[in-house]
Design a protein around this ligand. Structure first.
Ligand SMILES: [Zn+2]
Length: 317
């Protein structure tokens, strides 16, 4: 009978073995406790449990990693938004004010010194940490550059009115009785009979037709040019713009003279290498010839044109 065998009977045990039941019980308890301790020590040796401090640090480490991951995600969002600003800056804001784009290589230049990140190499997850800090460094540099670009734009925009006066927008002769005979670009040269790049716009008219300054500026040259331009007047308008007037009959200005848009500066002629009476008119931006047609309105009503020229005269008086 299993139940009878497992039932503890101190009287029978004392009678059968002649031992003190209390001492036996105490011995059994001590043996059980001792065995428990031995098992605990053995288990700890074979399968060591983390200490409380280790558990705390491990949990803290996990929380920190979560925070760094969150920071990483925020950094990516910031980089995306900064990228949109940079794109607008390069493609919209800077071109409006005639400023060059900031090259991508300049914008993306981070810190190249390896020593900057060497301290992070001692940490767990060193690669992850280094990448996070490096991304933030790049954003910081890009943001500083962007801020400087906006400062530059602001400085230029405060001179917007001056700039508006400096852009060569006035057709250099009254449209009545003149015609554009050769546009800017490649053409067959009328004298050499070969394809040449024509760096300006030719406007044909009567000898002595008044020629007007296309914008405010300072006369930088009045000369006879041996390169075929004959009598020539050059005006620097500032903000990167200048204009050249060639094959003139005569100049009405001197070098160093300040002129306003609409001031008469010369008369039309055929000096230099010219097949007939005409003005060879160039617009230069940052010393490069550009198409003058992008600036002037040659279809303007002649009466309105003369009003603009006379109002320039009045302003000078
Ligand atoms: Zn020409």
């Amino acid at each position: 009978m299993a139940n009878e065998e497992s039932t503890y009977n101190p009287a029978a045990e004392a009678a059968g073995q002649g031992k003190d039941p209390k001492r036996s019980r105490l011995f059994a308890v001590c043996a059980a406790v001792g065995a428990g301790i031995v098992l605990f020590v053995l288990a700890n040796l074979l399968f060591p449990l983390p200490s409380l401090k280790q558990m705390y640090l491990s949990k803290r480490n996990a929380v920190l990693m979560e925070k760094i991951e969150y920071l990483n995600q925020k950094t990516l969002l910031q980089a995306e938004r900064l990228g949109e600003l940079e794109m607008r800056d390069n493609k919209v804001y800077r071109p409006i004010f005639g400023m060059d784009e900031i090259p991508t290589a300049v914008r993306n230049a981070g810190y190249t010194s390896a020593a900057r990140y060497s301290l992070l190499q001692d940490f767990d997850n060193a690669g992850f940490l280094t990448e996070t800090v490096r991304r933030q460094d790049i954003i910081e540099k890009k943001a500083t550059l962007q801020s400087k670009s906006f400062d530059d734009i602001e400085k230029i925009s405060t001179h917007l009115e001056d700039m508006a006066h400096s852009i060569p927008t006035l057709f250099p002769v009254c449209p009545a009785g003149v015609s554009i005979t050769s546009p800017f670009g490649y053409r067959l040269h009328p004298i050499f009979q070969s394809v040449f790049f024509h760096s300006g716009t030719d406007i044909a008219g009567q000898k002595g037709t008044p020629i007007y300054a296309a914008a405010d500026g300072v006369v930088t040259d009045v000369k006879y040019s041996d390169n075929g331009y004959g009598n020539e007047v050059d005006i620097n308008h500032g903000f990167g713009y200048s204009t050249r007037y060639a094959h003139l009959h005569a100049a009405n200005v001197v070098k160093g003279q300040k002129v306003s848009r609409g001031d008469q500066i010369a008369t039309m002629g055929s000096s230099g290498r010219a097949t007939g009476v005409h003005l060879h008119y160039e617009v230069l931006y940052k010393s490069q010839q550009v198409n003058p047609r992008n600036f002037f309105d040659s279809k303007i009503d002649p009466k309105l044109y003369m009003t603009q020229v006379r109002s320039a005269d009045k302003l000078k008086q």
